[in-house]
Design a protein around this ligand. Sequence first.
Ligand code: C2E
Ligand code: CA
Ligand code: CA
Ligand code: CA
Length: 275
Amino acid sequence: AKKEPLRRCCYYEPEMDEDVRNRRVLQADILNALEDQQFQLLYQVQCCVATGEPIGYEALLRWMHPEYGMVTPDRFIDAAEQNGLIIPLGEWVIRQACRDAASWSKPYKVAVNISPIQLVQMDLPRIITESLLEAGLPASRLEVEITETAIIDDKLRALTNLRRIKALGVSVAIDDFGTGYSSLDTLNSFEFDKIKIDRSFLADCCDNENAQAIIRAVLALGQSLGLPVLAEGVENEQQLALLRAMDCAEAQGYYFGKPGEYREGDEGGNSLQFA
Ligand code: C2E
Ligand code: CA
Ligand code: CA
Ligand code: CA
């Protein structure tokens, strides 16, 4: 039952009014879940390829649903973006991630995913500023992850916000790099601090020479722009060896640790209780 989509989120329902009704129920559910504190952040470690040492942790949202158990974001983020609830939900994520990171005994970075809808809200820089102040977290410990589509939608407003956020001292990573429509244009329009190469290129890099060539090209691109590249979705030693040979700076994936609860005291993947 865990793999089944949320019953109330049946976009495939043939009946239109049924569909609308389901969305309303899901909307009410998300609002209720926010009030009821059913959302939780898990953390996945991001490591230095050369040393294996942790550098930061990416916050990944989970809905601990009283009926359905742990629900992953692919089942509710789309709906939350459509009904606008991604704005309060995303605000909760930023505040919570800052609070969590401030409580860690080591100054790891915390990376937060920002939805395209959030990115064009005029008050996003203020929300980030408040979250940092409230938590007592230095801006240099926060990184926001933005996908290419986030900038394509409303370029001017997105770029204005990104510049303001960067001016606070928060770093900005481009996420899922290589999967959008205008990766190079996006890189050209803003000074990102990091490129996160999408995990689809890692998935078959060991026996697919095209995928390898693309990873190599992205690394060269990062190098000529002076940007570190993080490889997503590293699942085994073979992939890591390849990244090491190519001088990739950072990596993230099940090999280092699955998203889990941050545990004080241990390092790397061991600091996470697997979920
Ligand atoms: P993403 O930002 O690309 O996050 C990485 C996803 O890849 C996570 O899925 C993570 O669990 C998964 N992953 C990590 N390492 C591996 C690996 O080695 N192999 C494989 N197969 N998968 C791996 P998750 O947590 O289900 O999140 C899915 C997407 O939902 C995220 O993709 C992100 O776009 C979105 N998301 C998650 N949390 C938030 C949030 O707080 N706000 C917003 N707006 N979006 C979020
Ligand atoms: Ca991400
Ligand atoms: Ca990603
Ligand atoms: Ca993704």
